[in-house]
Every structure is written in C-alpha cells, then in structure tokens.
Design a protein around this ligand. Structure first.
Ligand SMILES: C[S@@+](CC[C@H](N)C(=O)[O-])C[C@H]1O[C@@H](n2cnc3c(N)ncnc32)[C@H](O)[C@@H]1O
Length: 376
C-alpha cells in the first residue's frame, strides 16, 4: 500500500474516532516507510505499540514490497480502539501481529531468544526493529542488547527520542514521582545509543535522522547498504580523500555575528553564543576537489541540549538557505563526539564555496576541536 493512502486512512480514522493515535510526524513515518521498502525488510518488530500507527505504516511498506509481518509489542492493550482496530480500518490487519505482554517487551524478547537459540547459536529472525517504548535505562538498554542478537545481518535498529528525559514530561513531578534525580535527568535512549550500541562490535552505520531525535544502526554483514536512512552520521567516516583543519584554523579570520565570541584553547576553539540566531562562517580548505561530507569533532559544554545547523554554499547559490542545510541535536557530554554531515550524498559531490555554522538557536558554549572535509 502506498504511504499516502495508509496515512490518509489513519488520519481519517483518528478524526472519526476523536482520538490521538498517530503520534509520529508524517515525515518521520514516511522515512520509516521508505526505509522498509528500500531495504526490502520482511520481518519487522516494534517495541512499544501504543495505538499502532507506526505499525500500520510498517505494514503498508511490507505490503508494498510483497511479503512479511510486523510484530508489535506493548504491555498495555489499548481499548476500545487500539492497534487491531486501526490496522483493520487501514486494511492492513493481516500484516500485523499485535502482542500484549504485561511484563514488558524484554519478556517477549526472552521468548523469541528461546525459540531462536540452539546451544550457542542464535538464528536471527528480524530485518528491522523500531524501539519506541519505555525510554528508561534498564528496559531499553536490555532491549537494545537483546534485539541486536535477533537482527539478521544487515538488519537495522531504530531508536526514537534520543534526547528525551523524564523531566521533559509537563507533569514530571507527579508522573515520575517514584524516580530518583539521576533517572529524572538521564536521557536514557541517547545513552543506550551512545554507550551500548555505538561501541557494539556487531553494529555499524550509526545514522541520525529527524534533526538527531532518531538514531539508526545496522547489524554487520549482509550486502553493502545502498542508501542510508539519514544525512547525519554519529561517527567520523572514511573518505576517498579528506583534509582536517583544527578548530582554531577553521575559525581564524572568518566572519561571525555579534552574538558569537571565540576563544582558542590550544588547537581547538571555544564558540560562545550569547544571544539569538548566532552564526559564524568556517574556513573551507582551498581545494578543487568536491566536498561530500563535513565531520565535526566537538563537545557541547552548555546548555544540556542544543540544535546546531550547518549551511553550505555550492553550485551557483549566492546565499545560505535552509534548502542547503542540515540540523542536528547535540547533547552535552564529557567527551568529544564526531558528527558527519553528508552535504551531497555519495553520487554528486559538489565543490563547496562557503560554510556557515549556527551553533544553537540561542545561548550555548561549544568546544570545536576540528573539522574534516572529504568525499567518498
Ligand atoms: C511512545 S509510545 C509508542 C508509540 C508507537 N511506537 C507509535 O509510533 O505510534 C510507547 C509505548 O511503549 C509502551 N511501553 C513502555 N514500556 C514498555 C515495556 N517495558 N514493555 C512493553 N511496552 C512498553 C507504552 O505502553 C506505550 O504504549
């Protein structure tokens, strides 16, 4: 089923039933749909069903590519309207298996591991998994580890809400009264992505989408990927050529607006944004080679979270515009992180004439260690 058709049916069903079933944005759902179609994923798993909107979109993609099944797990069965009713209204009921496990999805995963494991060998059974459930450290760190075992080589795992912590809840004092200060302040899914999945030897291709709210990774093996699900990678990459400029070099003698101040720290630079809409230009290396990606090695010092945006000038463009820009959410951390912005994709790298960094929307402090330019 085409995405638009499935989406329209869900929105109509939502309006007819006066509920809020479709939690993800249309763009997000479309991205998941496209990914399943493009990778021809057949056996898909969702951990955290809610009302089943994403499960329906996954099912639409499976129907479009031919065959497969979405298994979606939740500890709560929604009624009177839930995933079964929504899937039926969209016409995709036969592609969805909804599981209610009141002990939670890790117990479902235990059952799957039991079925798939013989001796020391686990025969993996999923091509794609979307983890969008508890958003707490214990259930989700365990779920991520278990799911990696169950993913087939080349299968993808997607995590939602890398930035979320319980204090984002408007009524967190009541809703999460039982949590400790550490739990309240921990962006647990982000920690799972950074500290459990990124160092995992069975995973590669760590990609961010939705301005850094969603994190993807791929189980090693399988055919080489032909497309990536987002344009920002949460790692450095290896290019056919590359050139690295230290932070102090890439910001020397460049323009910046009055809301930005710079302070060198050895070879790095501390960028302080002191007001709204801060920006600064970065030096682009003098090269006639096309530049397809830019990797930043940086650390957000404050605040806890900020969205940086990178603008570039290529081709005939005379000014920086949103069309040639990428945004990515940064989380404060004690160690530098590497973020690769894919400017031109892999096919048509273009010569870059200018680069502008908006370190945040507002006040922030960022340590920029280096910028690497390159192409595949
Ligand atoms: C954000 S909602 C899921 C939204 C859904 N993926 C979608 O895109 O429409 C999170 C769901 O996870 C479920 N959940 C939370 N912790 C869980 C656990 N440990 N096991 C199973 N389900 C859980 C909640 O009941 C809730 O329905």
């Amino acid at each position: 089923m085409k995405f638009e058709q499935a989406y329209e049916r869900m929105i109509r069903f939502q309006a007819d039933n006066g509920g809020w079933f479709v939690h993800q944005s249309k763009d997000t759902l479309h991205g998941i749909y496209q990914h399943i179609v493009a990778t021809r994923a057949m056996d898909c798993l969702e951990l955290g069903t809610a009302f089943g909107a994403t499960a329906c979109v996954m099912a639409a993609a499976i129907e479009e590519s031919g065959r497969g099944l979405v298994t979606t797990v939740d500890r709560i069965e929604r009624g009177p309207v839930g995933v079964v009713e929504l899937a039926q209204a969209v016409g995709l009921g036969s592609y969805i298996r909804a599981v209610t496990h009141d002990a939670g999805y890790n117990w479902f995963l235990l059952d799957r591991l039991r079925e798939c494991t013989t001796g020391r060998l686990c025969e993996p059974c999923y091509d794609f998994c979307f983890l969008d459930g508890a958003h707490f450290w214990e259930p989700d760190a365990l779920a991520a580890l278990l799911v990696v075992r169950l993913l087939r080589p080349g299968g993808w795992l997607l995590l939602d809400d890398l930035h979320w912590h319980p204090k984002d809840h408007p009524d967190w004092q009541t809703a999460f009264a039982q949590l400790s200060p550490t739990e309240l302040n921990t962006r647990a899914v982000g920690q799972v992505f950074d500290l459990v999945l990124k160092p995992h030897p069975a995973l590669e291709h760590f990609v961010l989408s939705n301005d850094g709210h969603m994190g993807w990774c791929r189980k090693v093996g399988g055919p080489p990927p032909t497309r990536l699900p987002g344009r920002v990678m949460a790692t450095a990459v290896r290019g056919a050529w590359s050139m690295t400029l230290n932070g102090d070099v890439t910001t020397a003698d460049t323009a910046q607006n009055h809301n930005v101040s710079l302070r060198a720290q050895r070879r790095a630079i501390i960028i302080r944004a002191t007001g709204t809409d801060p920006w600064l230009h970065l030096t682009v290396p003098a090269t006639s080679r096309p530049i397809a990606y830019v990797t930043f090695r940086l650390r957000l010092l404050s605040p806890d979270i900020a969205v940086m945006q990178l603008f570039w000038l290529t081709g005939q463009a005379g000014y920086f515009s949103e069309d040639c820009s990428l945004r990515c959410l940064l989380r404060r951390s004690h160690r530098p992180q590497e973020l690769t912005f894919c400017i031109a994709g892999t096919e048509q790298p273009d010569t870059m004439r200018g680069l502008r960094l908006d370190p945040a929307d507002d006040i922030c402090e960022l340590l920029l260690e280096s910028v690497t330019f390159g192409s595949w």
